[in-house]
Ligand binder design. Structure first.
Ligand code: TYM
Length: 352
């Protein structure tokens, strides 16, 4: 039997190169060898209050991007999270075994809670717990944000997935998933859930940097190159990437913005291209403009065909509906079996 794979992307906007290299590209490469479930996390998107008039459009655009990138609905199960009502029910059951303390210590929660409260620092020492409990203003941190990792754990465990292709930023959530799985097994004295792990074809988890000098590429960072960016926009974004005034002595350590450009080059370009620019940096002959031109070229080679396919399918409502209808049926089949067993294990039995 094929090993089970599950992963998803929040419906919060168009997909960028971080989503592509951290997740989507791996989805496509895994679909032949594994029993794959790939979904669109619209319930997770609600934790940051998207405008109701655009949520559905976001779901549709991610669905088109999945298909355009090469996920084949006849090989992998593609579904929308909210089409599977077994997920929220199991989320309620799983929450009974999750501590609010461990949720409050999650880095992504602290980060988003600070944003919801309007706290500017990301200093790990600020007492976010006290801020949350003591805050009387109309700014509140929603409970869905706190229990985000429970929902994510349920997404994975409800299909008994053991491999979860995600980027580096999701590793803490995966660690919590493993912890909840172990806890469930030990509370009920069963060997029911297996512990899932990140999957990266044997390599390290990926973090695609932004081109604005520091940190990762992210929708809320405003530093993204989108799969849907047209050629002109994309070239402009790459040419504007932050650098420095260039190396002054041979083998000078790279400043973060330059190191980020090389990280992206390593992800996107062929090894000989990387070697060429690394050598040029090390012997101080590098011209960042050349590096950027090459980088833009290599990104376009990947994104242009995907972009054309996105444009080709994103308005084909009949096809998109059919894909997720078929996906929801398959996902519900597997999810309802798990939910039935979890209810049994927890002592909830039907009278009728
Ligand atoms: P989300 O929607 O933030 O991101 C989707 C995927 O893209 C990856 N990613 C990156 N990888 C490398 N570099 C980057 N700069 C970068 N930015 C984003 C993320 O690691 C992720 O793999 N909680 C998840 C969605 C989710 C999920 C799940 C994932 C909900 N339930 C169950 C796997 C399994 C999230 O917010 O991803």
């Amino acid at each position: 039997m094929k090993e089970i794979v599950l992963s998803g992307i929040r419906a919060t906007g168009q997909l960028h190169l971080g989503n592509y290299y951290g997740a989507l590209n791996k989805f496509v490469r895994m679909q032949d060898d594994y029993n794959c479930y790939f979904f669109i996390a619209d319930l997770h998107a609600l934790t940051t209050h998207p405008d109701p008039t655009i949520l559905h459009a976001n779901v549709k655009s991610i669905l088109s991007e999945y298909l355009a990138a090469g996920i084949d609905p006849d090989k992998a199960t593609i579904f929308v999270q909210s089409d599977v009502p077994e997920i929220p029910e199991m989320y309620l059951l799983m929450n009974m075994h999750v501590g609010i303390g461990e949720l409050m210590r999650t880095a992504s929660f602290k980060d988003k809670a600070r944003k919801q409260l309007g706290i500017k620092t990301d200093n790990d020492n600020d007492d976010i717990e006290r801020e949350i409990i003591g805050n009387n203003s109309n700014k509140r941190v929603n409970a869905g944000l706190l229990t985000y990792p429970t929902l994510m754990a349920v997404d994975i465990l409800i299909h008994h997935a053991t491999k979860v292709p995600v980027g580096k930023d999701q590793e803490q959530h995966l660690e919590l998933t493993r912890r909840f799985a172990r806890r469930f097994n030990s509370v009920y004295g069963v060997e029911y859930f297996q512990e899932p792990e990140n999957f990266n074809f044997g390599g390290e988890a990926i973090k695609v940097p932004g081109l604005d000098g520091s940190g990762k590429m992210g929708k809320s960072e405003g530093n993204c190159i989108y799969l849907l960016d047209d050629e002109k926009t994309l070239r402009k974004k790459v040419m504007r990437a932050v650098t420095d005034e260039g190396p002054k002595v041979p083998n000078q350590p790279m400043a973060e913005p330059v190191a980020n450009l090389f990280t992206l080059l390593k992800i996107v370009s062929a090894p000989d291209v990387v070697d060429h620019f690394t050598e040029a940096y090390n012997n101080c002959s590098i011209r960042y403009g050349d590096l950027k031109k090459q980088l833009a070229e290599d990104i376009l080679k990947v994104t242009t065909p995907i972009r054309e396919r996105i444009i080709g399918i994103r308005n084909d409502d009949a096809y998109l509906s059919q894909v997720v209808k078929q996906g929801a049926e398959k996902a519900r089949e597997s999810a309802s079996k798990t939910l039935r067993e979890v209810r049994e294990i927890m002592g909830i039995k039907r009278f009728f």
